[in-house]
Design a protein around this ligand. Structure first.
Ligand code: FAD
Length: 453
């Protein structure tokens, strides 16, 4: 065999797996067909967050006036943002490649496909490996409606030539609400169209309500319980026929309508790898596919599609196979963020998932600096506590710095912290985070009627 391990895909999951395995002394090959670092670095988390920063600076400039600064908001130059973002990403691509080289992995800048269970075609070259890891990620999809091809998906949003004047984002998942914040913050007339009563299905209901309020406060026009029926081009841009029978005219249609795993054209059938009903590679707890020496990690397994999960899986497989350290990745209590404006941080269970009788603590307040700026912005914090054990089962926050704060709380929750542990922790003053350790008044118990909108 040419290699002990061959990794298909140089994204978050694949690069980590290849790098760690090579570090353990394995003979490793890795193929990437498009860009090192994959989705996260090139068309996901990283450029998205740069754009969120850009969107927030306008408001910050305006806020500064309330603190005595003589600044005006001025115009935003899209090209400057995109050039700065591209330059930084080029730097990151280089770092990924260097790390792989330094670890001693053999690099293939090509597409890899299975010929049989131990043989791959990598850019026309045949290679064989004892173990193969599939880390091919996923891609965005459009809905099946007439004119869907006229709209863009998130992959394209990072390379637009100009900022749209009017944009319609279809889909109220995390990518939809994040781009709504970006475009509204940069000054576009922004519509968010989603089929549910509230955006962010699956998140805690209080967060969803709070986010809908925040989006409105930022000027995003919400179209709840609505789906698009068709998109057509007209002399004034695009016309979207909506399910409420209205027609919306915009310059850009952005479909944030879901992602699917990259499994087609990989030759998985030649290797005997089975695909689950949801289109993902089915894996067991050790991330083995139906063929024991072929593993799948990251988004191609479509379980919890987050970069830190993908890297943790890549690392665990490499340690287990070549590091003499058998490990599994737990998908319980994985903290996550939504980089809406303001952002969300969340860990543990939602109120809807909590056992009946669990205690719910909620607080809402105006962040300190906005008492001076007057900007209509609210922070929401919430704890869900098990009535029998006093353990904190869930912590949720919508507000400035929420992802930073929740990352810390996630450690406490994974360690099994109780509400009394939170209560005996002294706060840091004056911060928003201290509210998490001073929540004394119970708001309701799970099973009581949810206050709603
Ligand atoms: C807009 C957006 C924003 C996001 N924001 C966040 C965030 O804030 N936080 C977070 O944690 N996650 C975020 N994510 C999710 C995160 O990007 C993914 O979970 C992560 O990139 C998954 O890593 P992966 O290695 O499994 O797949 P990918 O990063 O997609 O990497 C797969 C790689 O495989 C390559 N490939 C595919 N097929 C082949 C083949 N046959 N041969 C060779 N190469 C191949 C692809 O070119 C790609 O580079 C975001 C995603 C998107 C789209």
């Amino acid at each position: 065999m040419d290699f002990d391990l061959f990794v298909i895909g140089g994204g978050s999951a694949g690069v980590r797996c290849a790098r760690i395995a090579a570090g353990h002394g394995a003979r490793v090959g890795i193929a990437e067909q498009r860009f090192w670092g994959g989705t996260c670095v090139n068309i996901g988390c990283v450029p998205k967050k740069f754009m969120v920063y850009a969107a927030e600076y306008g408001g910050n400039a305006q806020d500064a006036q309330a603190f005595g600064w003589e600044v005006t908001r001025g115009a935003h130059h899209w090209r400057t943002l995109i050039d700065a973002k591209d330059k930084e990403i080029e730097r990151l691509n280089g770092i990924y490649l260097r790390l792989l080289n330094q670890a001693g992995a053999k690099i293939f800048e090509a597409k890899a496909t299975f010929i049989d269970a131990h043989t791959l075609d990598v850019g026309g070259q045949r290679v064989t490996a004892e173990t193969i890891v599939v880390a091919t990620g996923g891609h965005p999809i459009r809905p099946e409606i007439p004119g869907a091809e006229l709209g863009i998906v998130s992959d394209d949003a990072f390379y637009l030539d100009d900022m749209p004047r009017r944009v319609a984002i279809i889909g109220g998942g995390y990518i939809g609400v994040e781009f709504a914040g970006i475009f509204a913050g940069l000054g576009a007339e922004t519509h968010l169209i989603y089929r549910q009563p509230l955006p962010l299905r699956g998140f805690d209901e209080d967060l969803r309500l709070g986010l809908a309020e925040a989006l409105k406060a930022n000027g995003v026009i919400l179209h709840r319980d609505t789906i698009p029926d068709s998109v057509t081009r007209d002399e004034d841009g695009y016309a979207i026929a909506l399910s409420d029978l209205s027609v919306l005219n915009v310059d850009l249609v952005f479909f944030a309508t879901g992602r699917v795993p990259n499994v087609t054209g990989l030759g998985l059938e030649a290797a005997g790898v089975q695909i689950a009903a949801n289109g993902a590679i089915a894996v067991d707890e050790e991330l083995r596919s139906s063929v024991p020496h072929i593993y799948a990690i990251g988004d191609v397994t479509d379980r919890l599609n987050l970069t830190p999960v993908a890297t943790a899986e890549g690392h665990a497989v490499a340690d287990t196979l070549f590091g003499g350290n058998e490990r599994k990745v737990s998908l319980q209590n994985v903290p996550t963020a939504v980089f809406s404006i303001p952002p969300i941080g969340t860990v543990g269970i939602t109120e809807a998932q909590a056992p009946k009788g669990a205690k719910v603590f909620v607080t809402k307040f105006t962040p300190m600096r906005h008492n001076i700026t007057g900007r209509p912005r609210r922070t929401l914090m919430k704890l869900i506590v098990d009535a029998a054990t006093d353990k904190v089962l869930g912590a949720h926050m919508l507000g400035e710095d929420a992802p930073e704060i929740i990352q810390g709380l996630a450690v406490a929750i994974i360690a099994g912290a109780t509400k009394s542990d939170f209560d005996r922790t002294i706060g840091i003053h004056p911060t928003a985070a201290e509210e998490f350790v001073t929540l004394r008044t119970q708001t309701r118990i799970v099973g009581d009627e949810f206050p709603g909108e």
